[in-house]
Unconditional design. Sequence first.
Length: 116
Amino acid sequence: MNRALYMTACVLSGAALILAAPVAKAANIDVAAAQTLFDDNECSKCHSIDKTKKGPSLKKIALKYKGKGDVDAKLIKHLTSGEKVKLEDGSQEDHKIIETKDEAQIKNLIHWILSL
């Protein structure tokens, strides 16, 4: 990657974080804890913030669920039940169960995703 393109990417990434921060702060989201839970559970194997991988991007998930009723319960079930999910290529597999039983941590992760 050339230097100008790299610098542009860095500036845009920083701007995205700055723009998302007020939403996260307003919702009392612990962004660092959410990102740690996301990383520790290897969610990035299938999801990225803004690009489709094996699963939808976090921004696509946020768009799907923002403003919908009972979103916490729906996404908690999704993250803790191992239910089948349809992947971007049309195949199906069991969704990885998140490795925490702490509902507050899971809700924090959900609210972080929805703030993107």
